[in-house]
Design a protein around this ligand. Structure first.
Ligand SMILES: [Zn+2]
Length: 102
């Protein structure tokens, strides 16, 4: 198993997990419930982590790379209903129209 993604924000880890699953990879989440019970642990050690099988690692890395690029991207406006969407959204939150990558 290889660690492919970790972040302190569990929402982002969940999002990455979904992306990996869409790519046909089965990620395993660790530390999913560790947050809030950290105590004296170094915070970094309780971040949720996504692990994948070694054979899936390269593919998973590519998925995460795309994800990271999107995360640093800008918000986008839906071509259909003109609502503003966060850069991490794949579909419009309002009308479910797929994001068009320019
Ligand atoms: Zn829309």
């Amino acid at each position: 198993m290889e660690l492919v993604y970790t972040h302190e924000n569990k929402m982002l880890v969940e999002n990455a997990k979904n992306m990996l699953e869409l790519a046909g990879i089965e990620p395993h989440m660790k530390n999913e419930f560790a947050q809030g019970a950290a105590g004296d642990l170094v915070p970094n050690e309780t971040w949720p982590e996504l692990w994948v099988l070694n054979e899936d690692f390269e593919k998973a890395q590519a998925v995460v790379k795309v994800l990271n690029e999107k995360m640093t991207g800008e918000d986008w406006t839906c071509a259909s209903c003109h609502e503003a969407n966060a850069s991490t959204f794949e579909i419009c939150w309002n009308c479910q129209t797929e994001r068009v990558i320019k």
